[in-house]
Design a protein around this ligand. Sequence first.
Ligand SMILES: *Cc1c(COP(=O)(O)O)cnc(C)c1O
Length: 339
Amino acid sequence: MHHPLRLHCDRAALLSNYRRLQDLAGARTGAAIKANAYGLGAADVARCLAEVGCRDFFVSTWWEAAELSFLPADSLAVLHGFGPQDEPLEGVRPVLISPAQIALWKASGRAYQPCDVMVDTGMNRLGLSMADLGAVEGLNVHTLHSHLACADEEHAMNGAQLTRFREVSGLVPAKRYSLANSAGIHLGRDYSFDLVRPGLALYGGIPSPEARGSIRRVAFPQAQVLQLRNVEPGDSVGYNATFVAPRIMRVAVLNVGYADGYWRSLAKGGSARHQGIELPIIGLISMDLIALDATLARDLGEGDWVDLDFDLEQKSAASGLSQYELLTGLGRRWQRSWF
Ligand SMILES: *Cc1c(COP(=O)(O)O)cnc(C)c1O
């Protein structure tokens, strides 16, 4: 079946970002592939990275882990841990987050099996509080994790969490210790410990200014022109007639919209390109359609493909959406292909 939306994904860029992060961290480098690898396709990303030696993959739920059964089980860990409704997969490690989860894991007769543990060092999201560290007694802890709250900015929390994590690593024996996400890797090697867990920067997101110029774009959305039309001065385009043509214009309507994660807030200053010519978005973005000013693109025809503007850092700054939201929003209708 023909897909009128394509998400071109650049394999070389993904691998280059992986190696870049690995070099920067100077430590073993895993990959957060939760949320379908931030929208790019978890199975494809995992296969690409596994080929270059990545052996640590992180998903949020067991359901996500079950879809990746081609990976060696012991290379997968489930960040949300092990709850009463979960059925663990043989060899896949839960990242246990609370005394209740630890008790459940032990009660299920698995205390001797390797597990990971998340410790909260100040974010107050998931993880054992410092006061609850005693709960790990009797567990076979493979990797002990914590997660940084403010790694993408200069913030006193970073140093404070680092100090607390060092303290934890002295108290809880584990094979490996892991603290840094993409932004954390850019804080320096003090944050690397034994394993780093990037997500965003693998997929072309810019977690901190230092990553500019070294992290490459991975995702390139393209859509097809469904209809071309001429409008007269004073004619309006789209819902609520928010755009009124100031002159004779040629309008191209694309087969993509906010249902595909091309959100309404991307319209302002947004554009597409065809053979180097910029085609500004006009009017409101609809659920499945976007109108472009294609007056200058004389060669553009119905059925032609255009490249949608998807510079994550710029689009994020312009829309107020995070780079994470922009990537993870890319929906099911995109045909993802790796080249
Ligand atoms: C999602 C996640 C990561 C990856 O974070 P990025 O900011 O995308 O690099 C790392 N660790 C944990 C615990 C996560 O939940």
